[in-house]
Design a protein around this ligand. Sequence first.
Ligand code: FPP
Length: 252
Amino acid sequence: MPVSDVVAAPAVDQVAAPVHVAVIMDGNGRWAAARGLPRGEGHRRGVAALRQAVRSAGELGVKVLTIYSFSAENWSRPATEIDDLMALVKRFVRDDLQELHRAGVRVRVIGDRTGLDSEIFGLISEAEALTRANDKLTFVVAFNYGGRQEIARAARRLAEQAAAGELDPASIGTATLEQYLDTVGLPDPDLVIRTSGEQRLSNFLLWQAAYAEFVFLPIYWPDFDRAAFEQAIDEFHRRERRFGGLKARTGS
Ligand code: FPP
């Protein structure tokens, strides 16, 4: 089914859905190894699961879906695997961008763009420019992303402004720093899902996930389907969110 069909369809549980879901797509390599397949095949199946996740997000009434597609630390993997992953990202943008656009999906990329391969840089800019006015679902791709690096970049820009006399250091608070993060303008994630059974954040959305609920699923990313997405959202609804206070608040 094309993404456009489902993203456009009204969602049954639209009211109750978490607004922003962030996903750590872990376990592609182990999925492949368990089947005696090369790691690249795991990543290819991972892209298929990603397509389905974007559709499911639209169906389930999620407004922002963020995925951890390539971390700042992933460059330490073997060159052949990096080449494989880069080729998949390029192919994904080439094959899926028009369909995402037709479905009303806005694409936004977070992470450090300095020093990126010029082809990838161009595809990212094209995807963001084409879909800028869309508002059905915001699909945020964390690419060459690290939470610590993002906060350090924000701090550097604040320091530059303060040194230039354009900003009073005494006026800097959390709301000021947020204006300098890659995610400026986006709501914080309500729910962070990680597949593969690992239970850690791995430098993903360190600032933004301060009050997120975490759901760790014991399945590898290529097996993440609509049922798994619903299971994670059901678990989210069983949590009591207090945001540091005493009384439970419903919704996000
Ligand atoms: C984690 O599995 C997955 C990744 C590091 C990359 C995920 C990337 C994609 C699914 C495709 C590229 C993205 C786009 C936008 C098309 P792992 O390799 O760490 O698995 P393992 O822990 O089992 O080895």
